[in-house]
Write a protein that binds this ligand. Structure first.
Ligand code: FAD
Length: 475
């Protein structure tokens, strides 16, 4: 590790900006230096924990003055290696975790303004206390932060009805690469005053600015929410079931998650305590219905819809949760898949999207190609079918060393999956972002015109390349 000569002066400036207790240079910094998947481990020059937007700006100015790059970090749950420093020992991790206040909730305007380090679940709970719904929801919600959600344009389980983080964001407060504060916390649903700057920062993964607060859309809490699990003979049946439920439930369909047999087998293996109300099936779908009238109304509509699906042969069996606790358990089953995969060992993840209508063909072709070229590889297919988003993950053959399998085959397997994604008109990153993991893939597959525009934006907003360098783009 090569400590830059200006490090002592920078550390002094950082201590002056945020207080010595919030500049961490010693002790166990694993929580900041190792990513959630344990794939990327870096070494930070320092971890800095500012407690206000002004302090964030002061940190950025100090780093800029010493030409030191910054890695913004929220909950460090990102899955593409974007939130941890590289191994140089020269980068500063800027943790937003101390900026965690809910600044305000405006029930009449249906908005809340939250600081970037606020954990998503805490923001959901604050909204719920006012009888309102913040509909962003993902399995990492107990640790991921609003800033990280917006920086990655997170999706999750409710996108089908409410859109992803971008659609839920009305305004941002951002510290720019030069340490200025842009205050764009508008709670307006209509505002056509030139370029919409917030959209540049959303999904930019910390490469264009540091999000310090956001104004988010809220919705009235539904009167009832019901969850069901359905067993299906095929993925094509799942697409037909999606159409049927969309036609019958309309905007009431708020979740439609698909899981292949092996993904639930893995959950059963690693978390046998989680109840599974249906016997194994080729595919299982978790459906969620939100209703503005009552539980009785929701239940009769849900039952009629599932009966129609049964009659049409789309489903083989179904179970509707009888209580909030049962509903929670069904979601727990679905949300435990990534955790079960992590228990099983390193795997090759693909967070892809293709048009919903193309999903069965995409999966059939890609499954066949993987089986032919990598005998024994196990496929963990699950995800947000309602948005055309699948987590198409490849686990090493039973008994094989997962790390060795990943080292030897990741490149080739990625080529098989991403070539198929492109053939079917899809995206190589549906919701997790690019980070370090997919940067080269993006450069190889995005059009030169799009890449040129992206580089021009990066150059305009961060000309010195100080913000999360090497993530999203090489420069
Ligand atoms: P971090 O991991 O800390 O950072 C992610 C990226 O954002 C990094 O590039 C970082 O530099 C940047 N960043 C963080 N905070 C800021 C900020 N304030 N300003 C500027 N840049 C910033 N994602 C989904 O979209 N949908 C899912 O369903 C989903 N499920 C998940 C399930 C599990 C079990 C796990 C572990 C992850 C899942 N994720 C999912 C991925 C992850 O939770 C999201 O990407 C989340 O939005 C990251 O938030 P974070 O606060 O942890 O950000």
């Amino acid at each position: 590790m090569n400590i830059p000569p200006s490090a002592p002066a920078l550390l002094e400036a950082l201590r002056a900006a945020v207080g010595p207790a919030h500049v961490l240079t010693e002790g166990d910094l694993t929580a900041y230096e190792l990513d959630w998947r344990r794939r990327y481990r870096g070494k930070a020059l320092a971890v800095v924990r500012p407690g206000s937007t002004d302090e964030v700006a002061a940190v950025v100015r100090a780093c800029a003055a010493h030409r030191t790059s910054i890695v913004p970090q929220g909950g460090n749950t990102g899955l593409v290696g974007g939130s941890v420093p590289d191994a140089s020992g020269r980068q500063v991790v800027l943790s937003l975790q101390r900026l965690h206040r809910v600044r305000s909730i405006d029930p009449a305007n249906l908005t809340m303004t939250v600081e970037a380090g606020c954990v998503l679940q805490a923001a959901q709970e604050a909204a719920a206390q006012q009888g309102l719904l913040l509909p962003l929801s993902l399995a990492a919600e107990g640790s991921c932060t609003i800033g990280g959600n917006l920086a990655t344009n997170a999706g999750g389980t409710q996108v089908l009805r409410y859109g992803n983080a971008r659609e839920l964001c009305l305004g941002l407060e951002v510290v720019t690469a030069s340490g200025d504060i842009w205050s764009g916390l508008a709670g307006l649903r209509k505002d056509n005053t030139g370029y919409d700057l917030r959209h540049l920062f959303i999904g930019s993964e910390g490469t264009l600015g540091i999000i310090t607060a956001a104004t988010l859309k809220l919705y009235p809490q539904p009167a009832a929410r019901l969850t069901a699990l359905a067993a299906l003979p095929s993925l094509a049946a799942a697409v037909d079931l999606l159409q049927l439920t969309q036609a019958r439930l309309g905007a009431g369909l708020t979740g439609f998650e698909v899981m292949n047999a092996f993904s639930l087998e893995l959950v059963a293996k690693h978390f046998p305590q989680i109840p599974r109300p249906l016997p194994p099936a080729a595919w299982t779908v978790l459906l969620e219905q939100s209703d503005t009238e009552s539980t009785e109304h929701a239940r009769s509509l849900f039952e009629a819809t599932l009966e129609a699906a049964l009659e049409q042969g789309l489903i083989e069996d179904a179970a509707i949760a009888e209580s909030i606790e049962q509903s929670r358990q069904l979601w727990h089953l679905r949300e435990s898949i990534p955790l079960a995969q992590a228990e099983e060992g390193l795997n090759i993840k693909h967070d892809i999207s293709v048009p919903v209508s193309r999903i069965p063909a995409f999966v059939a072709e890609t499954d066949a190609e993987i089986a032919r070229r990598f005998p024994g590889a196990r496929l963990v297919d699950f995800g947000h079918l309602g948005d055309g988003n699948l987590h198409y993950n490849v686990q090493a053959p039973e008994g094989a060393d997962p790390a060795a399998f990943l080292r030897e085959h990741e490149h080739e397997i990625n080529a098989v999956v991403y070539d198929a994604v492109v053939r079917h008109g899809g995206s190589i990153s549906a919701e997790h972002g690019i980070g370090a993991l997919k940067r080269d893939e993006l450069e190889a597959r995005k059009s030169p015109v799009a890449l040129g525009l992206m580089r021009a934006i990066k150059q305009a907003l961060d000309p010195e390349g100080l913000l999360n360098p090497g993530r999203v783009l090489r420069v």
